[in-house]
Ligand binder design. Sequence first.
Ligand SMILES: [Zn+2]
Length: 91
Amino acid sequence: MNPDRLTCEAFLRSLDSLVSGAASWIEGRRAAAHVTVCGTCAAGYMFELTIDREIRAKLATIEAPRDLTRRVRALLASCAGAENPEDWRMS
Ligand SMILES: [Zn+2]
């Protein structure tokens, strides 16, 4: 077996990073090679990609609360002096 070739199991483990675009170039190349020879994984990839696009499209239609930016900035300002990440809690 070619060590550069993915198994279906390895492909499925990398599916999230592939769909989100977080996969490395080499992971993408290996995955692309795998889906050219494995219809099951190709179908799974297309399904996940479709779901991801539909969710992103629906989320884009949701308006953020008006004061979200102000609240995030206030929270970041209050955390700026905290040296310990455990102190980065909303009060
Ligand atoms: Zn496969």
